[in-house]
Design a protein around this ligand. Structure first.
Ligand SMILES: NC(=O)c1ccc[n+]([C@@H]2O[C@H](COP(=O)([O-])OP(=O)(O)OC[C@H]3O[C@@H](n4cnc5c(N)ncnc54)[C@H](O)[C@@H]3O)[C@@H](O)[C@H]2O)c1
Length: 327
């Protein structure tokens, strides 16, 4: 079976080799991110895999369909880069990847700890041989209330990780996960905003979650609240977040995702000039940690992402079904 793989990073190659051999696949690799400039390379292929940083907008999908492509598998979990309406209208079939939720859940706990222990300031001081204490006093996890927005795979794992520290955990989701109820208390969004010392976001980007952390909701949060976003940038109104940080209301923020990150993250930008004013402001603040969309990036997750996408495409081609299809 033949397929084409876009945006393949060197660190994915070992998993591609392993699973293409195991599943009997003949894969053509394209290093560049899928987009209008290289979509024609998919001509003659029935199945395509790509990543969350690729352009799967309507014009690209129309081209893919015109080239005979039927099945698409993203190796990422989030699929807000895929125009799902166009997928359906064009009769394409699409699946996303599920992978070890521990990668993002562990990273989230690291960002929470770094935020409440002023780690950014500490590391900058250490570089300058400044070993002083003032300004570094932190908080203890067992004294805090953690608010988890979105208690799906990653949110649930984050809550389980946090439960080891002994604090209170409250959660908001449209659907309650019964298996979490021994460690997490479900509340409405307003209660979560009012009572959490740390708010961590794990909902997908949807119309209902777009700017769920906005000016009005930030005003409901506790003085000194910590906001952690390892989901998607647009869950937060970044201008309102910056206002909250600059007014001193928000105690700290840790963001693994930021607006207009595509083209900046996962790239060495040292030798080029780029424009992202919100990022420039966020990075300046001593109590804001920005990481380049790396929460997913572990050996286990990369292998899972490749395996799930390749198994999905094989299943689509052979049975016209995939357990990972998004309908
Ligand atoms: N930073 C990274 O590297 C990285 C990696 C993987 C995933 N992510 C992001 O994390 C998100 C969550 O991933 P997951 O695997 O846990 O997804 P999931 O589908 O298992 O869980 C999402 C949860 O959000 C809930 N939800 C949906 N709409 C909601 C709303 N309006 N209010 C409250 N909750 C709502 C759902 O009911 C579900 O329980 C992904 O969509 C992706 O955007 C980021």
């Amino acid at each position: 079976m033949k397929l084409i793989a876009y945006a393949v990073r060197p660190d994915e190659k070992a998993a591609f080799e392993k699973y293409s051999e195991l599943l009997g696949l003949d894969i053509t690799f394209v290093q560049g991110q899928l987009g209008m400039s290289n979509v024609d390379e998919a001509a003659g292929f029935e199945a395509v895999t790509f990543l969350g940083n690729c352009d799967a907008s309507r014009p690209v999908l129309e081209k893919l369909q015109g080239h005979g492509v039927k099945y698409l598998a993203s190796r990422s979990a989030g699929f807000n880069n895929v125009d799902m309406e166009a997928v359906k209208e064009l009769g394409l079939r699409f699946s996303n990847a599920t992978y070890s939720p521990s990668c993002v859940a562990d990273f989230t706990v690291m960002l929470i700890l770094m935020s409440i222990r002023n780690m950014k300031t500490m590391m900058k001081r250490l570089e300058a041989h400044d070993y002083s204490l003032p300004g570094l006093q932190g908080k203890e996890m067992h004294n805090l209330t953690f608010g988890v927005i979105g208690t799906g795979r990653i949110g649930a794992n984050t809550a389980r990780n946090l439960s080891g520290f002994g604090g209170r955990i409250i959660g908001f989701d449209l659907y309650e996960n019964e298996s979490l109820k021994d460690i997490l208390e479900y509340v409405d969004l307003d209660t979560l905003l009012k009572e959490a010392d740390v708010i961590t976001l794990h909902a997908p980007l949807l119309d209902s979650t777009h700017h769920i952390i906005n000016r009005e909701n930030i005003a409901k949060t506790k003085q000194g609240v910590v906001i952690v976003n390892c989901a998607r940038a647009e869950l937060v109104d970044t201008d309102a977040l910056i206002e909250g940080i600059e007014s001193g209301h928000i105690g700290a923020a840790a963001l693994d995702v930021f607006p207009n990150e595509i083209g900046i993250v996962h790239t060495d930008n040292r030798m080029r000039t780029y424009s992202n004013h919100q990022l420039a402001i966020l990075e300046r603040h001593k109590n804001v940690i920005v990481t380049p969309h790396t929460a997913f990036y572990t050996d286990q997750a990369v292998s899972d992402m490749v395996e799930v996408a390749l198994r999905s495409l094989k299943s689509f081609v052979e049975t016209n079904e995939s357990p990972n299809e998004i309908k």
